[in-house]
Each structure stands twice: as structure tokens, then as C-alpha cells.
Design a protein. Structure first.
Length: 471
């Protein structure tokens, strides 16, 4: 197996025949292709090859920079094929898939030009002390199904730029576009620098606990993140975990509802709500609560829902059947608890994994749709009587990924944002990230930092050299 993998539907590494991993089109609910269900021995071989490739890859920073720039060009050249395949297996509208491909290329270019800085330490001794940076070795990435390419690049771009090699495992729900990406990158990266492996569990658990892996990066649910951390502990590998989010949007009493309604709606419903840092709860002043519910419900009722490959679609399906069942279950429980659906509240008739865009009101604050992460096209809107109550409610869950404050007085909004217990807070927008900024959650939302220089240094270790000064 080279730095990439064969095209979708092809077999695994030379000399291996593996059973198929069926891939379902969420717009139809039907299997349309398969990926290899690779076995433990194949994973072991991939890790061993990554270890051998590391020796040359770590030694030449200029070659790495050139290779990563070439990788970005190659991704853009293959953009049409990547985007269409991504929509087919993930479900998102084609325009969003093109944006994901573009973000993948941009991340490669950003990290290609980022280099660690050597630092000298003067502590008064007659010794020159210098802090240099070294790569870790073969590292692993396990990525989910909501942004398969973008989240993969968020892991492999800094890892490769730092001089590591990587074994990458996509979700079994969305393996095809990642395998195609691996094939695209194979043309410009040295052999075995990046290897894509696909398969059912326990393949991911074996990768996380593999003794040949020095750093494990994972994006996904909190329970699985805990399992990954436990598995990595066996070999004392580093872990970076970007886990769930239950981001709150706090609307202030001076908010212009009409002005912010579109931004707020799409902050919650982009990618069918399947975004870790999407708005998952809205807290609105009691006097504006009905107006906010109505504005969001109007948009939910009018948005074009359908297959991602249809040009008019703005909202696609839920990616997979288990997640659709969870969205349905958590919504039905909220309705049973006394909530009312101002829009949606049910699956859509017909084939595929479609759920009607749902705005919930009269939701009990202890309902699971408020306290847990729904990860789908469902949004509860809750009233508050005073601002302290709203901030306390926003901070009341075990999550701490992001949050936002919406209002006209920006200084006041920033003061409220500063009270949110999360890794990133936005004012009058949400879930927008620069490649140059850190991204990290607190509490159950994660361990470690991704993004920007912080993401690069997270893939390096300090190496200190002491040299006595000559008389």
C-alpha cells in the first residue's frame, strides 16, 4: 500500500483480499459501493511501513514543504471527483462538499509553510542552551463521518508538516472519499507517509492502542474518546481528542431578531446539524422568545431538503440510520416531556435518512435534547428571565466546545461571552474558524489543541541541546 489507497471499490493492499464494507447513500438508504474491511494484520503492516517511511520524511523539511504544496494542488485538481463522492456517501449538499475539499487544500498549504522556531535559553550559566523540535514518529488519526476530508486534513496536515508519518482511519460510514483522497495524495507524497485504512471495529481500537503509534488524534463522541484515551494509555502515546459539543447561543435583550435569524439558523442546521460546534441550544429573552421561535420555524419550514446532488438542495439527509434513529428518539422524548414542535418533529416520508428541520419550544430544561448533543436537524429554543439565568444554563452541561452571544451592544455581548465555559466564543456568528487559530474544548469536549501553530507543536516534542561556551 502506498501513501494513498486504491480508488473506491478496489481491493486493499497488494496480496490481501478483504471482505467488503458496504457504504450507504443516505439520500436513498441503499448501498452503492463498498470499501475494504481490513484486518489486524494489514493494520500492523501499515504501521510498520509508516515507521520505515518516517526516517526519510523527517530528515528533509524543504522536501516536506514542497510535497505538501503539491498535495494541495493535487486535491484541487481532483476537486470534482472528491466533492461528488463525498456528497454521495455523506449526504451534504454538493456546494458544501466543494467547500470541504477547498478547506482540505487550504489546510495543506497553511501547514506546508509553518515551521517550528528554535529558541535559545539564557539562564546565566556559561552554557548555550537551545530548544529544538523533533517529530514524534508514526501517528494515528481516527475521524468521524460528518466532515471526513476536512477533519482528516486537520490531523494529517500538521502531523506531516511536523515530520511525522500517519495511518488514517475514516468512519466506516464514509470511507470512500477518504480513500480517494489517499489515492490523490499518493502521487505527490513519498510512499507510506500517509496510509488510509478502512474497516469495522475493532480496527480503530487496535490502531489507538498500537505500540508503533506515538500520537493518537481522534474526533468523535465522548464515550468513544474515553475509550481511545484508555487504549492509547497502554503504549503511553499522546492523545488529542476533539469530542462532542452542546454549544449554546445566548440572545441578549437588544438583539435584532430579523437581522440575525438567517445566521443563527444556519449556525444550527449547516450539514443537517451534524457539526460538533453547531448551535445546539438557543436561550432567548422571554419577551423575544416567541419572535425567535417564529423566525427560526419559518426558515425550517421553507428550506429545501433533499439529496445533496440535487442543485436546489440546501439541507441533506442525516448521514446514517443509527444517527437518524437517535435524532428521532431524542425528539420524541422531548415532545413526550411537553415540548412543542414549531416546525418538523418527525422523519420525512420516502427513502433515505431524512428528518424534517425541527424547532422545539416549551422544552423542559432537563430534557435530553437540551442536556445532550442531538447532532441532527433539531433545535430547542428556551426562554430566560434574567441574563445570569441564561449564562448559568449555557454552562450547565458537561460540554465546553463553543458558544456564542448575539446582540447589538458588542461590548456587552463580549462581556457575556467571556463568562461562557467553552474553548471558543463568538459574537453575532458561530462555528467560524480560521486556519491560524487554536481549537480546543474544555470539560468533556476534548483534550489537547488543534489548529494554527498550536496544532503543529502538538505534533512535535522539544529536544534540548546544551553546549558549553568556549573560554
Amino acid at each position: 500500500m502506498t501513501s494513498g489507497t486504491p480508488t473506491p471499490g478496489a481491493g486493499g493492499a497488494p496480496g490481501h483480499r478483504t471482505a467488503g464494507l458496504p457504504v450507504v447513500d443516505p439520500a436513498t438508504g441503499e448501498t452503492f459501493d463498498e470499501a475494504p474491511d481490513q484486518q489486524p494484520g494489514e493494520l500492523d503492516e501499515a504501521v510498520a511501513r509508516a515507521g520505515r517511511a518516517w526516517r526519510a520524511w523527517r530528515a528533509d523539511p524543504e522536501a516536506r514543504t514542497a510535497a505538501l504544496r503539491g498535495a494541495a494542488d493535487a486535491v484541487e485538481t481532483a476537486g470534482d471527483d472528491l466533492a461528488r463522492l463525498l456528497t454521495r456517501e455523506q449526504g451534504k449538499p454538493l456546494a458544501e462538499s466543494y467547500a470541504e475539499v477547498a478547506r482540505t487544500a487550504a489546510r495543506l498549504r497553511y501547514f506546508a509553510d509553518l515551521a517550528p522556531r528554535t529558541r535559545r535559553i539564557d539562564d546565566g550559566r556559561p552554557v548555550d542552551s537551545e530548544v529544538r523540535w523533533r517529530s514524534l514518529g508514526p501517528v494515528a488519526a481516527i475521524v468521524p463521518w460528518n466532515f471526513p476530508l476536512q477533519l482528516a486534513a486537520a490531523k494529517f496536515a500538521p502531523a506531516l508538516a511536523a515530520g511525522n508519518t500517519m495511518v488514517l482511519k475514516p468512519s466506516p460510514f464514509t470511507p470512500l472519499a477518504t480513500r480517494l483522497l489517499g489515492s490523490v495524495l499518493a502521487a505527490v507524497l513519498p510512499e507510506d507517509v500517509l496510509t488510509v485504512v478502512t474497516g469495522r471495529e475493532p480496527l480503530g481500537a487496535r490502531l489507538a492502542s498500537h505500540p508503533g503509534i506515538r500520537h493518537v488524534t481522534f474526533t468523535g463522541s465522548v464515550p468513544t474518546g474515553r475509550a481511545v484515551a484508555g487504549a492509547a494509555a497502554d503504549s503511553l502515546a499522546r492523545v488529542t481528542l476533539e469530542l462532542g459539543g452542546n454549544d449554546a447561543a445566548v440572545l441578549l435583550d437588544d438583539v435584532d431578531v430579523d437581522r440575525i435569524a438567517d445566521r443563527l439558523f444556519w449556525a444550527a442546521f449547516r450539514n443537517c446539524g451534524q457539526v460538533c460546534m453547531a448551535v445546539k441550544r438557543v436561550y432567548a429573552p422571554a419577551r423575544l422568545h416567541s419572535e425567535v421561535v417564529e423566525a427560526l420555524a419559518q426558515r425550517a419550514k421553507s428550506v429545501a431538503v433533499g439529496p445533496g446532488l440535487d442543485p436546489g438542495t440546501r439541507l441533506g439527509p442525516v448521514n446514517n440510520a443509527p444517527q437518524l434513529a437517535r435524532v428521532e428518539r431524542i425528539t420524541e422524548q422531548a415532545l413526550a416531556d411537553g415540548a412543542r414542535a414549531a416546525s418538523g418533529g418527525h422523519r420525512l416520508d420516502g427513502p433515505g435518512h431524512f428528518f424534517a428541520p425541527t424547532i422545539l419550544t416549551d422544552v423542559p430544561p432537563d430534557s435530553a435534547v437540551v442536556t445532550e448533543e442531538q447532532f441532527g436537524p433539531v433545535l430547542p429554543v428556551l426562554p430566560y428571565r434574567n441574563l445570569d439565568e441564561a449564562v448559568d444554563a449555557a454552562n450547565s452541561t458537561g460540554f465546553g466546545l463553543g458558544g456564542s452571544v448575539w446582540g447589538t451592544d458588542l461590548d456587552r455581548a463580549e462581556a457575556v461571552a467571556d463568562r461562557l465555559e467553552c474553548g471558543t466564543a463568538w459574537i453575532n456568528h458561530h462555528a467560524e474558524l480560521s486556519l491560524a487559530q487554536p481549537f480546543a474544548g474544555i470539560k468533556d469536549s476534548g483534550v489537547g489543541v488543534a489548529g494554527g501553530p498550536w496544532g503543529l507543536y502538538g505534533n512535535l516534542r522539544p529536544f534540548v541541546v546544551h553546549r558549553p561556551r568556549e573560554a
